[in-house]
Write a protein that binds this ligand. Sequence first.
Ligand SMILES: Cc1ncc(COP(=O)(O)O)c(C=O)c1O
Length: 406
Amino acid sequence: MASNSDLVALARQRLYPNYKQAPLVFVRGRGCELFDVDGRRYLDLCAGVAVCSVGHAHPALARVIADQAATLMHVSNYFYNEPNIRLADELCRRSGFDRALFCNSGTEANEAMLKLARHHFFGLGQGGRVRVVAFADAFHGRTLGALSMTGTPKYREGFGPLGPVTHVPYGDVAAVERAMGPDVCAIIVEPVQGEGGVQPAPAGFLAKLRSIADAHGALLLADEVQTGIGRLGRFLGSDVSGVRPDAVALAKGLGGGFPIGAMLTTEKLAGALPPGTHGSTFGGNALACATALAVLRIVDDEGLVDGASTKGDALGAMLQQLADDLPDVCEGTRGQGLLRGLVLRPGLVARDILPLIQEAGVLVIAAGEHVLRFAPPLVVSIAQLEEGVRATRRVLSELRALRASA
Ligand SMILES: Cc1ncc(COP(=O)(O)O)c(C=O)c1O
């Protein structure tokens, strides 16, 4: 077998260089552990960016994927397939929504919500309602519609003209009210901003957005690509605040590593995208849907939604202790459930610290400039969380000593 460095050299020659990738080539995983091509073990506390909800190579999930692949993978949306129908039913039952539209990624789920909002008003004869109110630092994806709603300037720069979206500070109710107008079709919000720095919505914020949207006759859309499927300790992140959006976007944890996205919405909006207005060749194929059904079964069987709440609280306490013990490198912690951030002091760039934590055998990721993000598989154990926080503590302590001596 080729070595890690041989493969990294080939990757650097042949892969399109749009990512800044760590020089690690993984070949195998089990639960929360990953093994690189040289056989080194890493504790995975990022789950492929909050994706591998049931861990790597879960035997029940692998079995379903193999069986479904050997039975039926794809027939297109010209026909029905049973896993697709069953998954729509399961998602609606769990979430309280009425309808599911399937796609292949979080970006696509957000595009579907944007098209839903615009076409809903088009159908009502209000085709001028095209503008969206979104938030600074929001991340909704990279295609042009989703990018229009994404709030980070560095992702948007050079890709204009983008769609009409007004970005206001996250949590600022007055700014949302000021941004509303007769041309607004929707407000889009993440219950916790993931990429934007693990920033939970202030208490009551989602409820306020609900009432502002209602007052203006606009839709409230929740991007739950990162927060959905139990990560915050409830099936949907918006369940934490008890707010019911008009539609939610799901992806990431839904497939446990297999690409699938979904938009869930209400019966009231079922007519907004009639046949011919939106679709996807691969969206909702039998293999992806059987996989997601198996993920939901595992999530139930292993109590992973409640587990995300209790283990998330434990992780939050461990990180808070770390922040309290190392106040000159850590500013604090934030997050909910198993989506947690350790906020570093200004001057410390999270991305620069990741390689040191990797070197210590643990994988976490950055969120924004100054936040180390912990989004482990939901199957993580308390002992694994302790191991990860211990390694992070070691690295940050060394860094503090270096800074003190400089
Ligand atoms: C909240 C949120 N929305 C959308 C996306 C985009 O999802 P995808 O990369 O599956 O297209 C992400 C990805 O990080 C996300 O965190």
